[in-house]
Design a protein around this ligand. Structure first.
Ligand SMILES: *[C@@H]1O[C@H](CO)[C@@H](O)[C@H](O)[C@H]1NC(C)=O
Ligand SMILES: *[C@@H]1O[C@H](CO)[C@@H](O)[C@H](O)[C@H]1NC(C)=O
Ligand SMILES: *[C@@H]1O[C@H](CO)[C@@H](O)[C@H](O)[C@H]1NC(C)=O
Ligand SMILES: *[C@@H]1O[C@H](CO)[C@@H](O)[C@H](O)[C@H]1NC(C)=O
Ligand SMILES: *[C@@H]1O[C@H](CO)[C@@H](O)[C@H](O)[C@H]1NC(C)=O
Ligand SMILES: *[C@@H]1O[C@H](CO)[C@@H](O)[C@H](O)[C@H]1NC(C)=O
Ligand SMILES: *[C@@H]1O[C@H](CO)[C@@H](O)[C@H](O)[C@H]1NC(C)=O
Length: 407
């Protein structure tokens, strides 16, 4: 954030460039305050340090010349800049930040393929972004922009990707293959309710936090290493056709009002808990034909008429199902799996409860009315998912291993 006094830094760049093509900026950061200072970088091939576009620089800034900035490229709190371009810049070693730049309409850097981090936040008039496309980037956050697509990004493996409050973004289709930290989607599309998501090549992802999307297609997803949470989405159907396991976390599916069908044909193990709640159009929970083991708690709440988990052989936490409809036939099957002290065979290690005709089934967001509090607690102290299921709100938990949507 430190901004060096401009003129000396600027002069330093120029003179260094004349010698070597590599411009080292004393103090690490130079600030560009007007178009002429930007063109002053033209002789540098590499800028060692960060470049900050000052608050009053603009309206057009052309950074052509350097192919690399080893530090950050930042534009923040600038209400003047309208276009930002470079015909040479290929690599940003640090963060490419556009923050609170509300007049910016165009970014054109057709050679830019790599940045450590992209953070675009409050770029409310952006119309056109042309990048290499960028195919090497660790962390991306795009929030409150007017972007209509993300064609400027060609993602393969990323750590974090967060897209939120991008009102014109109606489709996100990406070749993303792996996601080593978090994918967070929320409130994109008109009125926050429009994003279609297609990730045909995504094979594993650590955390998925998916909200307010109209479709979510992950046909190749095999493993969720952490947890997958689906909240307040608008899809009618979900399928995670290739998902076999969550290897350390939960699956949860909460408040997806239109959902009628969720299927996990290959899912065998959920390392954490499974929470399905307040999905008011979901009439059956029968999409888990192979689910054998659940490491945490199971909390099922809704209007469903049947629940089937025919392969279930281990539940380490509590099992608590309650519906506004009559699920007594389903309960009969689960009764047999109850803990031994509740008359079952002990497949379910924690407390067990299964109830019908519960008019409040969709209002119970923390499982506290189950009447089995504590019965599953003692042998599950080491299980985070169980603790969360018992102690915090529904929204903290999640329960359906990978989903793909097929509308
Ligand atoms: C955003 O930038 C404008 C200048 O364009 C400034 O007046 C305003 O205070 C900034 N907003 C925030 C939240 O920093
Ligand atoms: C996630 O799981 C996949 C499949 O088991 C594995 O190849 C990958 O290395 C894991 N990723 C992380 C970050 O643990
Ligand atoms: C599903 O998984 C199988 C077995 O790992 C693999 O051969 C197949 O290609 C996967 N399907 C998709 C669509 O990725
Ligand atoms: C978007 O999702 C969040 C979190 O799941 C939820 O609180 C919010 O109500 C949703 N927005 C809409 C418009 O449904
Ligand atoms: C639910 O979705 C799966 C997979 O998309 C499909 O095979 C099945 O027919 C659907 N079931 C219903 C009742 O729509
Ligand atoms: C649920 O309510 C229906 C309709 O009142 C009734 O026929 C049925 O016996 C009830 N089921 C249970 C398990 O109480
Ligand atoms: C259940 O979902 C509906 C939207 O479908 C929402 O209005 C309501 O607040 C949710 N209830 C709880 C307890 O979260």
């Amino acid at each position: 954030m430190l901004v060096k006094n401009l003129l000396p830094a600027f002069v330093a760049i120029g003179s260094a460039a004349a010698q070597s093509g590599t411009c080292s900026i004393s103090g690490g950061t130079t600030t560009i305050n007007n178009p002429a200072e930007a063109t002053g970088l033209a002789n540098c091939r590499t800028v060692r340090g960060s470049v900050v576009i000052g608050r009053s620089a603009g309206p057009s800034i052309d950074l052509s010349g350097p192919s690399e900035i080893t530090g950050d490229l930042k534009v923040a709190d600038n209400g003047i800049i309208e276009t930002l371009q470079s015909s040479d810049l290929a690599t940003i070693g640090g963060k490419f930040q556009l923050k609170n730049v509300t007049k910016l309409t165009s970014v054109s850097m057709s050679k830019l393929t790599a940045a450590k981090e992209i953070e675009w936040d409050t770029v409310t008039n952006i119309e056109s972004v042309t990048l290499g496309p960028v195919n090497k980037v660790d962390d991306i956050r795009i929030s409150i922009t007017s972007l209509r697509n993300l064609d400027a990004l060609d993602l393969g493996n990323v750590a974090n990707l967060k897209l939120d409050n991008n009102a014109r973004l109606s489709k996100f289709s990406s070749n993303l293959r792996t996601l080593s930290k978090n994918l967070v989607l929320a409130s994109n599309g008109i009125g926050g309710i429009g994003l279609e998501v297609e990730l045909p090549n995504l094979v594993w992802a650590v955390e998925l936090d998916i909200n307010n999307v109209t479709t979510f297609s992950v046909p190749s997803l095999k493993t969720v290493n952490g947890s997958a949470r689906f909240g307040s989405n608008f899809f009618q159907s979900f399928s995670a056709p290739n998902l076999t396991a969550t290897s350390s976390g939960d699956i949860s599916f909460i408040g997806n009002a239109k959902l009628t069908n969720a299927t996990f044909p290959k899912l065998e193990a959920i390392a954490g808990g499974l929470t399905i709640a307040n999905n008011t159009n979901l009439d059956e929970l029968t999409g888990f034909p192979k689910l054998k083991s659940i490491g945490g708690a199971v909390l099922l709440r809704g209007n469903f008429e049947s629940v089937e988990m025919p392969a279930l052989d281990t539940v380490r936490g509590t099992f608590d199902a309650s519906s506004s409809a009559d699920i007594s036939e389903s309960c009969k099957a689960f009764d047999k799996l109850a803990p031994q002290n509740q008359g079952g065979n002990g497949v379910i290690a924690g407390g067990y409860d299964c109830t019908s005709n519960n008019t409040q089934a969709n209002e119970d967001t923390d499982g506290s009315t189950s009447g089995n509090d504590g019965s599953g607690g003692s042998d599950d102290k080491d299980n985070g998912a169980v603790g969360m299921a018992l102690n915090t709100g529904l929204f903290a938990i999640i329960a359906l291993a990978g989903f793909a949507v097929a509308l």
